[in-house]
Design a protein around this ligand. Structure first.
Ligand code: HGY
Ligand code: MN
Ligand code: MN
Length: 416
C-alpha cells in the first residue's frame, strides 16, 4: 500500500524545458553559460524567473542585496515558511545547471503543487540568492552571507569587480536593488538542490547525494610587488620578478594540499601579472589561493602553511608580499533532522542514495547559520563543473527534484 503522496512526482519534462530556456540567457561560447552576477544577462534571467513565478501564482519579494523570494501561500499565513532555492548567476565559463537546477527545481515544486491542487500549512518560498559564485565580486555567497549576518550591507555594496565597478552601483544599474531588509525572513527550513560538481555519485552509481556536511574554505588574495625591467637586458641576478614569485607560490599551494591528503584541496584559479607585456619582467602579481577541507584543523593549518610559504618565497626573491583573506567559511554540519527527511524521501522514492560531503560552497552553507538547512545533490557527468561542458541527465534532474519535492512538502505539511 503506497504511503500518502508516495506516488507524487514533479513534471520532469517541464523542469528540463525550463532549464533549457534559462540556459539561452547569457550563453557561453561552448554550450554553457556566462551569466555573471549583476550583468544585463543576469537581469534578463531574473526577469524570466520573475515571470515564471508570477505565472505560478507566487508573490515576489526582493531584498536590498537583490535576492528574490517567490512566495506560495500556505493555509496558515503566520506559519514559518519553508524556503527552497539556490542561484541563477554563473561562472564566466559556467554550466547550465550549477545553481539553476536548485532555483528551477524549487519553482517546479510550486508548479506541481498547483497542478495537483495540494495546499500546505506553511508557505513555500523559492529563492534566487544574488552573487553565489563570487567570480565577479568576491567573496562567493555574498548575498546569503549578508542575509546570515556574516557581512554587512555597506561592505557588500563596496565590493569591486576587475573594472572597478561596485556591487551596489551594478545592482542599482540593473534595477534589482529591492527594499526589503536583508535577513528579515525567519525560516522553518531551507533546502537546496545542487549538482554534485564532483565525480563521487556518478562513480558510485548513486542518483541522490544526501548532503550531511560542507567543506570549509579560505580564499587568500596574495599581492607581490617586485620591479618591472627589460626581459632581455636585465642580468638574472638583478631581477625582482613578481611573476616568478607567483609561480613558486602556486606550486607550494599544490604541495601543501597534497601533503594533507585525504580531504584537502588547493589551487590558484585567478592570477594576474602587470604590466603583462611579453618583454617586461612582471613588477606586480595578484592572485587568489583557494584552499578547502571538511576538517577545521586541517583547513586552518593549510592557511598558515600557505602564508608562511608565500612570505618565504617573497624574501628569497626580494619581493614585498601582502596577503588578504577575501573569502572564508568554516566546515558546515547540516541539520540532522532535515538530513533524515531527505534520506527518507530518497528511500520512499526508491532512489539509490548515499551520504556525501559537499566539496563546493553553497548559499546553504551560510543559511545553515540562521535556519535548519540541508542539501540534496544529483550526479553530474564526469564530475565536471565550472566548465561549459557541465552536463547532467534529465533523469538525474528529475530524481533530484522529486526528492526535493517530497522533503519540502513533508516539512511544509500538506493540508489537503
Ligand atoms: O566556490 C564555490 O565552491 C562555489 O561554486 N561558489
Ligand atoms: Mn553553485
Ligand atoms: Mn558554482
Amino acid at each position: 500500500m503506497a504511503a500518502p503522496g508516495e506516488n507524487l512526482r514533479i513534471n520532469g519534462e517541464r523542469l528540463w524545458e525550463s532549464l533549457m530556456e534559462m540556459a539561452k540567457i547569457g550563453p557561453g561560447v561552448a554550450g554553457g553559460n556566462n551569466r555573471q552576477t549583476l550583468t544585463d544577462a543576469d537581469a534578463e534571467g531574473r526577469a524570466l524567473f520573475r515571470r515564471w513565478c508570477e505565472e505560478a501564482g507566487c508573490t515576489l519579494g526582493v531584498d536590498r542585496m537583490g535576492t528574490m523570494f517567490a512566495r506560495r501561500e500556505g493555509t496558515d499565513p503566520d506559519a514559518l515558511p519553508v524556503y527552497v532555492g539556490s542561484h541563477l548567476d554563473t561562472q564566466p565559463t559556467g554550466g547550465k545547471y550549477d545553481g539553476v537546477l536548485g532555483v528551477l527545481g524549487g519553482l517546479e515544486i510550486v508548479r506541481t503543487l498547483n497542478d495537483l491542487g495540494i495546499r500546505t500549512k506553511h508557505p513555500i518560498v523559492v529563492t534566487n540568492w544574488t552573487n553565489e559564485e563570487g567570480t565577479r565580486f568576491a567573496p562567493a555567497m555574498l548575498a546569503s552571507g549578508v542575509f546570515a549576518g556574516i557581512h554587512d550591507l555597506e561592505w557588500a555594496y563596496a565590493r569591486r569587480d576587475a573594472e572597478g565597478k561596485t556591487f551596489g552601483d551594478e545592482l542599482r544599474r540593473i534595477g534589482w536593488m529591492g527594499d526589503e531588509e536583508v535577513g528579515a525572513r525567519p525560516m522553518k527550513a531551507f533546502f537546496e538542490l545542487h549538482i554534485e560538481q564532483g565525480p563521487i555519485l556518478e562513480a558510485e552509481g548513486k542518483d541522490i547525494g544526501v548532503v550531511t556536511h560542507g567543506q570549509g574554505l579560505w580564499w587568500l588574495e596574495i599581492r607581490l610587488t617586485g620591479k618591472e625591467a627589460h626581459t632581455g637586458s636585465t642580468p638574472m641576478h638583478m631581477r625582482v620578478n613578481a611573476g616568478l614569485g607567483m609561480a613558486r607560490i602556486i606550486e607550494r599551494v599544490h604541495q601543501i594540499a597534497m601533503s594533507h591528503q585525504p580531504n584537502a584541496v588547493g589551487a590558484v584559479g585567478q592570477a594576474n601579472v602587470w604590466p603583462n607585456s611579453r618583454n617586461v619582467i612582471p613588477g606586480r602579481a595578484v592572485f587568489t589561493v583557494d584552499i578547502r577541507s571538511p576538517e577545521q584543523e586541517k583547513l586552518d593549518t593549510m592557511r598558515a602553511e600557505v602564508e608562511r610559504a608565500a612570505q618565504a618565497v617573497a624574501r628569497e626573491l626580494g619581493l614585498s608580499c601582502e596577503i588578504e583573506a577575501v573569502g572564508h567559511f568554516d566546515p558546515v554540519t547540516f541539520d540532522p533532522g532535515l538530513v533524515r527527511v531527505v534520506r527518507g524521501a530518497a528511500e520512499k522514492l526508491g532512489y539509490s542514495h548515499m551520504d556525501i560531503v559537499s566539496g563546493a560552497g553553497h548559499d546553504a552553507c551560510w543559511i545553515n547559520r540562521v535556519a535548519p538547512t540541508v542539501m540534496v545533490m544529483c550526479p553530474c557527468k564526469d564530475g565536471l563543473s565550472h566548465n561549459e561542458a557541465e552536463e547532467i541527465t534529465p533523469d538525474w534532474a528529475t530524481r533530484g527534484a522529486n526528492v526535493l519535492f517530497h522533503a519540502v512538502v513533508e516539512t511544509a505539511e500538506v493540508v489537503g
